[in-house]
Design a protein around this ligand. Sequence first.
Ligand SMILES: CCCCCCCCCCC/C=C/C(=O)SCCNC(=O)CCNC(=O)[C@H](O)C(C)(C)COP(=O)(O)OP(=O)(O)OC[C@H]1O[C@@H](n2cnc3c(N)ncnc32)[C@H](O)[C@@H]1OP(=O)(O)O
Length: 292
Amino acid sequence: MALVAARGTLLRAGVRLGTEAAACGRNGTRRSASHRVLVEPDAAAGIATIKFKNPPVNSLTLEFLTELIICLEKLENDKTFRGVILTSNSPGIFSAGLDLREMCGKNPAHYAEYWRAVQELWLKLYVSNMILVAAINGASPAGGCLMSLSCDYRVLADNPRYKVGLNETLLGIVAPFWFRDTLVNTIGHRASERALQLGLLFPPAEALQVGMVDQVVPEDQVHSTALSVITQWLAIPDHARQLTKSMMRKATTDNLIKQREADIQNFVSFISRDSIQKSLQMYIEKLKQKKS
Ligand SMILES: CCCCCCCCCCC/C=C/C(=O)SCCNC(=O)CCNC(=O)[C@H](O)C(C)(C)COP(=O)(O)OP(=O)(O)OC[C@H]1O[C@@H](n2cnc3c(N)ncnc32)[C@H](O)[C@@H]1OP(=O)(O)O
């Protein structure tokens, strides 16, 4: 059902079906038929590396989200792959989070389609049967941070510019309950309350201290560290690890699944408010001015 919806979006976006399948091929060579998601499969190791390639900042546009969802679904269904590393093809930016332009100046139907895709990506990541490790090689605010929080393990490059956190309040918007739950499940209630209200973006040492990431390593060791973590986790029998993961996480995803349509309606009515549109436009303007 979700895959069908995602494919509908891809078709509307002009992406040829059949080609993105090749991007998740298993023969060990990099295929790039999917424009925004590079997959480097290592079938012998049972590991694939997904590299985000949506310039300039890997923001989660509808097309990028859709390609990611399809790619994850294909890997999930291919028993060759038991572990996935998520990283950026452009060191410096892991992901700037949700694409602000998808949430600005569009119609309610677009907002609803967009939000459904955001939900779908989170659902795919959070209860994936695969071992997911985020190799965070750049800044990762808001939705970018949510992607890494949805993995099983996070390795962050030690660079003070690479801040991670759910900074929604700084944009005048509110992280929805399932962003909150993902954070609470990772760093606990009190730390989440403070981080969410203040929209904190944590530099590496603080991110490690509060538990937003599991390891901070020199920039050139992020991928190798993620690989060695995934290798350790691969030693655990899949069925036992998967059932345990499900036991820890399913209640959180069930909570969204049971109120998915209401959550979409909440998002559409919240984001359509004039005051919220103004806040987002001002934020986009601020990003532009920062440059000049
Ligand atoms: C009652 C409760 C109801 C609840 C209902 C739900 C409510 C809504 C919930 C929505 C949840 C939202 C989650 C999000 O993810 S919002 C996005 C948050 N992201 C950010 O704040 C990041 C902003 N970007 C940056 O800080 C920097 O760009 C970054 C550090 C990532 C990179 O810096 P750098 O200096 O390298 O690059 P620039 O800033 O110059 O940016 C280059 C161009 O990219 C554009 N850009 C940046 N971020 C985004 C983005 N997120 N979306 C779209 N475009 C983005 C930026 O404007 C530049 O563009 P131009 O070259 O055209 O100027």
